[in-house]
Ligand binder design. Sequence first.
Ligand SMILES: [Zn+2]
Ligand SMILES: [Zn+2]
Length: 173
Amino acid sequence: MRKVQRTVPAPADMGTEVIGIPEGTDLELKLRLEAVMEGVLVSGTISGTAVGECIRCLEEVRLALDTQFTELFSYPENQVVEDADEEVRRVENELIDLEPTLRDAVVLALPFQPVCREDCPGLCSECGALLADDPAHTHEVADPRWAALQGILADGVPSGSSETDEPNDEKES
Ligand SMILES: [Zn+2]
Ligand SMILES: [Zn+2]
């Protein structure tokens, strides 16, 4: 059995559309390579920093990733007729291509819907403002019929009058 530990620059596309390990950033690999009957069994851990976008507020999300994997790389001469659905990884010219395996492991470990924090309130659906910065933020949701009425009322109220019936629940705390 051989143990290998090294830090490599992350290849392209290490992740999904929403989050991934940026190309060229450090990917730390700790691998164990074992010769078995059918080929080489590679197992180990991958660590790196994934960067993505919060699906709610679009702010940057950074995630320390540390995931394990195990993959058997078969010798070509030992190919059994496998299930067509199952992707078989092979030892070719006595080399193994780890990249697809690493990519699969990373993609599996990443969240499908990254959020900057579990309770991220996201963006205001009305104006797009960051609700985390301004959680009390509201808009008067006017029914179009009321909006028309409000227009009439606004015209009818003499300016300078502070006694309007506008609901204003903003409390300064
Ligand atoms: Zn967020
Ligand atoms: Zn808003």
